[in-house]
Design a protein around this ligand. Structure first.
Ligand SMILES: *Cc1c(COP(=O)(O)O)cnc(C)c1O
Length: 413
């Protein structure tokens, strides 16, 4: 590797910022913890007086569970929620002491470890057996939340089995093995506020709580609302029927809208993740140039192509052709197929590979906040939802946590 003599004309476009310091990762998902805190404060304001459980499953929807959980608690989240006990144990291992609920179990779930680390457990049916047994072995009391299926058809006891589950739980409570601290359900169509099923789910939920109380249970925490439930509560006749004692909010903590037609800004949220890299190569091509496997895109006129080193191995959906990338203040589409390691962006004008444009090394942002393209735009391009776009960013992309409020004197909750 020789040095480049800048006095000699060179045939290839040089980096605009010639040989930038290598401290910056080549690719990163930059997560702004100040945005997470601002979103948590916004959500708390809407949910009050109900409490807030911040859902940090799936590595906080790809944002990094431990730093996000800390930021959420710092901003006033009362509890944290995850799907799996293993996820809860990772948070405990990192020293996070906030109340923590895990709700999706298998016969292989380590309930003893969960109880030993003070992890609360969702119970839909059979799990009560091994959880009570683990509590007996450890000489403690498991804190559980009973889950009723009010219509989603996933986990949770059916209305038919609910009285039986409630009686079993009351018996285990009498033996000191469990304490039923909560009753919860999950909504199916809350992102479509005009649909009638949500109201029916909430009605069934109230009936289930009545059954639990009649059996002598005293669950202090009734919870049903996810992000779309929270944001649609204000449109209900009685918002408290939705907000109950606690809301379980995930995607909005990350600054994403749970509604297809509404932006984060409209909901008072700030997207926390920016997926970025830099342009790694740039070339002028003539009309007729095909791009990427299958040559499914062919230039209709002379143009400039920018290569961005993020592909489906990084979590960019292979079906995301047409997805937006912001380079030097302009948002341009991905053309041709998304490959394992890279995408090609059509810059839309010829001649941009000339050195004076300095495009090699220019920041390339797939999605982020503000003027950047949104995760939702990528979801639209790929035929999925914004939840999946952020969650699927792979382990090949380092998460870089920043705090844009660190020097701004932001109020701490
Ligand atoms: C993922 C999940 C949530 C959070 O849903 P969002 O739509 O991301 O707010 C809440 N409750 C349960 C049971 C979940 O699985």
């Amino acid at each position: 590797m020789g040095t480049v003599n800048r006095a000699e004309p060179v045939p290839f476009p040089l980096p605009g910022e010639a040989f930038p310091r290598p401290a910056r990762p080549e690719r990163s998902a930059v997560v702004d913890l100040a945005a997470v805190r601002a979103n948590v404060r916004r959500i708390r304001e809407l949910a009050a007086p109900a409490r807030l459980m911040a859902v940090v499953k799936a590595d906080a929807y790809g944002h990094g569970a431990v730093p996000v959980a800390r930021a959420a608690v710092q901003a006033g989240a009362d509890a944290l929620g995850v799907a799996h006990v293993a996820e809860a144990l990772e948070l405990r291992a990192a020293g996070i002491t906030a109340p923590l609920l895990a709700w999706l179990h298998t016969v292989d779930t380590d309930f003893r470890a969960a109880l030993a680390r003070d992890v609360e457990l969702g119970v839909s049916g059979w799990e009560l057996g091994p959880i009570a047994e683990a509590a007996r072995e450890l000489g403690g009391t498991a804190r559980i939340h009973l889950k009723i299926d009010t219509g989603l058809g996933r986990n949770g006891a059916t209305a038919q089995r609910w009285p039986e589950l409630v009686r079993w739980a009351a018996q285990a409570e009498a033996e000191g093995l469990v304490r039923v601290v909560g009753v919860f359900t999950h909504l199916a169509v809350a992102d479509e506020p005009s649909r009638p099923e949500t109201r029916e789910q909430l009605r069934r939920f109230r009936a289930a709580v009545d059954v639990a109380r009649a059996a002598g249970l005293r669950p202090a925490l009734r919870h049903a609302a996810n992000s779309p439930g929270l944001f649609s509560a204000a449109g209900l006749e009685r918002p408290a029927d939705m907000l109950l004692d606690m809301v379980r909010v995930g995607v909005s903590v990350y600054g994403l809208s749970p509604f297809p037609g509404r932006s984060p800004q409209q909901l008072g949220l700030v997207p926390a993740m920016t997926l970025r890299s830099t342009v790694s190569a740039v070339k002028d091509v003539p009309a007729g140039q095909g791009v990427s496997y299958g040559l499914s895109w062919v230039a209709e006129r002379p143009t400039t192509l920018a290569l961005v080193p993020l592909g489906y191995a990084d979590g960019v959906p292979r079906s995301g052709t047409g997805g937006p990338v912001r380079i030097r203040g302009r948002t341009r589409p991905v053309v041709g197929r998304v490959a394992m390691d890279q995408i090609v962006v059509d810059l839309g004008a010829p001649g941009l590979s000339a050195p004076e444009h300095g495009l090699v090394g220019a920041e390339a942002v797939l999605f982020g906040a503000g003027e950047h393209p949104s995760a939702s735009a990528w979801a639209d391009a790929a035929g999925t939802i914004n939840y999946e776009i952020v969650t699927r960013v792979s382990g090949r992309v380092p998460r870089v946590h920043v705090d844009t409020a660190a020097d701004s004197g932001e109020e701490q909750a």
